[in-house]
Design a protein around this ligand. Structure first.
Ligand code: SAH
Ligand code: SF4
Ligand code: F3S
Length: 474
């Protein structure tokens, strides 16, 4: 989960300041807004679009919630717990609202879309409810809400991509940025609420993506992560040049901006990732050797009920193919335990596919039934909570072992590391990442490096989550 608040004041250490609209003088703004984000990276990126839209209308950002005139919470519906977290936060905002006359609270994102106007009844002190495709109407909705009306816009669009909006980088480290390349999802995984909250899949124009990434690079950024629910189905008809841009072509174009700009992407649906994409990754040094390839379950029977459209064997074949074309590729997954009708044998299949793929990292969850999804309509959520949780614990324990084994295998090897900032634990250490997604911590020593620089670091020790190393080359 990504949770952040916005920076009000200009941060001296920040690169990319040309993007920053924040000022130390709040009087120059019509209103101050505070925004908090939950859920996936796409929500994080959307909050940067929201900040840009509001900024263009004369609103300024603050990280002090008490001084805000407008509080926005960008919400997630993926699991019940995600919604509970948001509801809890809303009760805290309500207290602030009672203290400060005229303060408005707006719910944005997936919960706004899922619950629509119902949210206004359920959460009496919410003033605005705005879905993910309706952010352009935010300034007008704020005016409405200020006039005392409850403001709602949850219309989903078939073509909104916010392509022309330059996101305002919020709380950024000045090195890495998210870039949305598409919105929505056309898959119908039976457990998933996203197609209902985000609408139909649509791709953003390749030129606008390249322009955004180029500006980021010129502003000192050294890593972009291209975001979509299913990036491999990116597909843009470039009428000007009469070509259809595929994801592999887009990756190549972003990689060509500069060899110093690292390119990452998320998420790949196993059914859609092509050899062409794998060869493009292998061809360019600056496209990171790391693929997030959610498996969800290792049982073909469960995968079918989940409507994932691949089998266990097919997925294993994809892992083989990745390792064949990109031998040192990092692979991570999303895993759900306790989906409807899951038996002990299905669970064992999940554990064994994890061993097979040797994931470097996983995001692991127990199944949470979501209203309106295919699974909720068709199947019974029949695995008891304690069984779901026990299986999840087994999956987590196995992943911990796999992560440690994967890190141990890297000891002695040298990696090119992009420095993201100081280590949280010590001012005398840097923190950065290797192309295959591993977190490195290493002493700064006498070198005059700064964040955004590269260094070659040899790993000499590790924990389950981090490799410890020493600079061997600049
Ligand atoms: N588009 C991505 C994932 C989006 S949601 C993909 O296709 O892989 C992120 C992850 O949340 C999913 O991969 C899944 O593992 C998990 N998830 C989604 N719905 C869930 C549910 N109802 N219960 C538990 N986990 C869920
Ligand atoms: Fe959800 Fe499946 Fe779409 Fe991912 S691909 S967002 S899991 S429906
Ligand atoms: Fe959550 Fe919506 Fe993302 S449901 S995971 S914030 S697309």
């Amino acid at each position: 989960m990504l949770d952040f608040v916005t920076d009000k004041v200009h941060d001296e250490n920040r690169q990319g300041e040309a993007f920053a609209p924040f000022s130390s003088d709040p009087n120059q703004f019509r209103k101050l807004f505070y925004i908090e984000s939950y859920g996936c990276a796409m929500n994080f990126a959307d909050s940067e679009i929201v900040a840009s839209i509001l900024h263009n209308e004369g609103f300024g950002a603050t990280k002090i919630v008490e001084e805000a005139d407008l509080i926005f919470i960008n919400t997630c519906s993926i699991r019940e717990k995600a919604e509970q977290t948001v509801r809890k936060r809303l009760t805290e905002f309500k207290k602030l609202k009672k203290k400060k006359k005229g303060m408005l609270v707006g719910v944005l994102g997936c919960m706004a879309e899922r619950l629509k106007a119902k949210l206004l009844e359920e959460e009496k002190l919410v003033d605005l409810v705005v879905g993910p495709d309706a952010y352009r109407s935010l300034p007008a909705l704020v005016d409405e809400a200020e006039g005392g009306q409850k403001a709602v816009n949850v219309l989903l669009s078939r073509d909104e991509t916010y392509a022309d909006i330059s996101p305002v980088r919020l709380n950024s480290n000045g090195v890495s940025a998210f870039v949305s390349i598409m919105r929505g999802c056309n898959n119908m995984c039976s457990f998933c609420v996203v197609p209902f909250t985000r609408g139909r899949e649509r791709s953003r124009s390749a030129d606008s993506i390249i322009a955004e990434c180029t500006t980021l690079f010129e502003n000192g950024y050294r890593e972009v992560t291209l975001l979509g629910q299913n990036v491999d189905s990116y597909y843009f008809l470039d009428e000007k040049n009469d070509i259809t841009v595929t994801f592999a072509m887009l990756l190549e174009r972003v990689a060509l901006i500069s060899p110093l700009l690292r390119v990452r992407f998320s998420t790949s649906h196993p059914k859609d990732i092509t050899d062409e994409v794998l060869h493009t990754i292998a061809k360019y040094d600056n496209i990171c050797n790391y693929i997030h390839l959610p498996v969800q379950s290792g049982s073909s029977r469960i995968l079918q009920l989940m409507n994932r459209t691949y089998t266990r064997e097919w997925y294993m074949g994809k892992v083989d193919r990745i390792k064949q074309i990109i031998p040192d590729c990092g692979i991570s997954a999303d895993i759900i335990t306790g989906f409807c009708t899951e038996e002990e044998q299905d669970h064992q299949d999940t554990l064994s596919i994890m061993e097979y793929a040797k994931y470097d990292y996983s995001y692991m969850f127990f199944y949470s039934e979501r209203p309106g999804t295919l699974a909720q309509k068709r199947y019974t959520d029949d695995v008891p909570l304690e069984v779901k949780k026990r299986r999840l614990q087994e999956v987590v324990d196995l992943q911990n072992r796999l992560s440690l084994e994967s890190n141990k295998k890297d000891i002695g090897k040298a990696f090119k590391i992009l420095i993201e900032g100081e280590s949280k634990k010590s001012e005398s250490d840097w923190m950065g990442r290797s192309s295959n997604g591993k977190v490195f911590v290493f002493p700064k020593e006498q070198y005059s490096l700064k964040k955004g620089d590269y260094a070659v670091v040899q790993a000499n020790d590790c924990t389950q989550g981090t490799l410890l190393g020493k600079i061997v080359e600049l």
